[in-house]
Design a protein around this ligand. Structure first.
Ligand code: NDP
Ligand code: 2IT
Length: 444
């Protein structure tokens, strides 16, 4: 049995009930097979893969807080500190009722390779809670965040572990978390990213993930003698990543005809009016359904099925495993040519294999959505320098980073004889830097 298969079996046996973690590990190990096989003795003797799939540390804690009715609520809190070979742990916090250890381990594992691809000195981590911010008052969100940070603050720091946002964690939550960290630790330091502009945040961090998806999409389309202008696109979700992917792809000349949330999707053949979506989602914290009430000619469809709409470009920007085999069969049949993942692991393994086998150019999340964490790392740089860059400077650096990621991914896939297989390219290119650092640092 190959070393990669052995380690995968070990992960399944030793981490029962963690299907998302198994899935993320399988995809990476399958890609790495060509690299590992060529150096099997060396990697085996150092147990490199066994170490790579085992988080350095997982912190799991109780989060008690009091709701507006005076009732004491208890949530689970976690931080997975996965790998610090190339820098302090870095990765978002997710607040969503579905959060569990499996999901955070998959996200932390992916983050190792994503952060490596950025070229910046950041290790891999992820955290969060099964707390559901939906329908909660600001005071309830603050009470939860303060309790969560009271415990988390013991384990993080500007040179140790730097969390940020993810699903359910945006500027409001980062503010409450930062305030409590500062109060507990009495340190004004860059311990979180995605901060507000008056207290250490970076310009363009809000837009960075979505913009980065479109910058790398542009590179991959150019490499196939094509362009974004004039194309029809679907962007799933309607949160932070989705909104700024729509903004940028529209600037590049595409028409976005559909978006969604977890209740249903909107179809607007005239092109999504992003100011309306921003008002509903960023200001009112409402449902995407309301778009159809406000925009003439737009339709709302309850439930799933956004992929039934014809498009050239599909950007899944909501959540893991949102895009399955039946959905991609429809996309392929309707002529979709490009998929770039704004979300983390939104496409199932079978669906990924199907689109790759059917001529769709596919960019995996760990490359496509790396602009968010890359700009977080730029926020850390600015905090360390105690200076702020202009929006133009940050955007230019972000653009350069995404162009470089495309080059690295393309080069690695070509080097191993799998040109255009960007899944393999991203996993190998991400792995190479991390494994080099792990080997240099000895058995730790
Ligand atoms: P937000 O909380 O801002 O938005 C999430 C969006 O996805 C919402 O519209 C939400 O709808 C929707 N959604 C969630 N679950 C489902 C579902 N099961 N079906 C349909 N829609 C769903 O999160 P982000 O935009 O920050 O994150 C989106 C994805 O991007 C995640 O996978 C995240 O890990 C990834 N990501 C985020 C980065 C960032 O910088 N924020 C960086 C890199 C990746 P609803 O409101 O109904 O829940
Ligand atoms: O998945 C991700 O890369 C993020 N949620 C962003 C992490 C970060 O530290 O900015």
């Amino acid at each position: 049995m190959s070393y990669t298969d052995e380690v995968y079996d070990r992960v399944v046996a030793q981490n029962p009930g963690e299907p998302e973690f198994h899935q993320a590990v399988k995809e990476v190990l399958d890609s790495l097979k060509v690299v590992i096989d060529a150096n099997e003795e060396k990697y085996r003797s150092l147990s490199i893969l066994e170490r790579l799939v085992e988080p350095e540390r997982i912190i799991s804690f109780r989060v008690p807080w009091v709701d507006d009715k005076g009732v004491v609520q208890v949530n689970k809190g976690y931080r997975v500190q996965f790998n610090s070979a190339i820098g302090p742990y870095k990765g978002g916090l997710r607040f969503h009722p579905s959060v569990n250890q499996s999901i955070l381990k998959f996200l932390g594992f992916e983050q190792i390779f994503k952060n490596s691809l950025t070229g910046l000195p950041i290790g891999g981590g992820k955290g969060g809670s099964n707390f559901d911010p939906k329908g909660k008052s600001d005071r309830e969100v603050m009470a939860f965040c303060q309790s969560f940070m009271t415990e988390l603050s013991k384990y993080i720091g500007a040179d140790r572990d730097v969390p940020a946002g993810d699903i359910g964690v945006g500027g409001r939550e980062i503010g409450y978390l930062y305030g409590q960290y500062k109060r507990n630790r009495d340190l004004y330091e860059g311990v979180l990213t995605g901060k507000g502009l008056t207290w250490g945040g970076s310009l363009v961090r809000t837009q960075a993930t979505g913009y980065g998806v479109v910058y790398i999409l542009n590179e991959m389309m150019k490499a196939h003698n094509d362009e974004i202008a004039g194309k029809t696109a679907i962007v799933t979700g309607s949160g932070n990543v989705a909104i700024y992917a729509v903004e940028k792809i529209t600037q590049f000349g595409a028409t976005v005809v559909a978006m969604c949330d977890s209740n249903g999707y909107i179809y607007d053949p005239n092109g999504i009016k992003l100011d309306v979506v921003k008002q509903i989602k960023e200001v009112e914290r409402g449902r995407i359904k309301e778009y159809a009430d406000r925009v003439e000619g737009a339709e709302y469809h309850e439930g799933v099925g956004i992929w039934n709409i014809k498009c050239d470009i599909y950007l899944p920007c909501a959540t893991q495993n949102e895009l399955g085999l039946d959905a991609v069969k429809t996309l392929v049949a309707n002529g979709t040519k490009y998929i770039a993942e704004g979300a983390n692991m939104p496409t199932t393994m079978e669906a990924t294999e199907y689109v790759q086998a059917n001529g769709v150019i596919f960019m995996p999340g760990k490359a496509a959505n790396a602009g968010g964490v890359a700009t977080s790392a730029l926020e850390m740089s600015q905090n360390s320098m105690r200076l702020s860059w202009t929006a133009e400077e940050v955007d230019e650096k972000l653009h350069g980073i995404m162009v470089n990621i495309f080059k690295k991914v393309d080069e690695a896939s070509t080097r191993y004889g799998m040109k255009d297989n960007y899944v393999v390219g991203a996993n190998i290119a991400g792995f190479e830097k991390v494994v080099d650092a792990m080997m240099a640092q000895g058995i730790v």
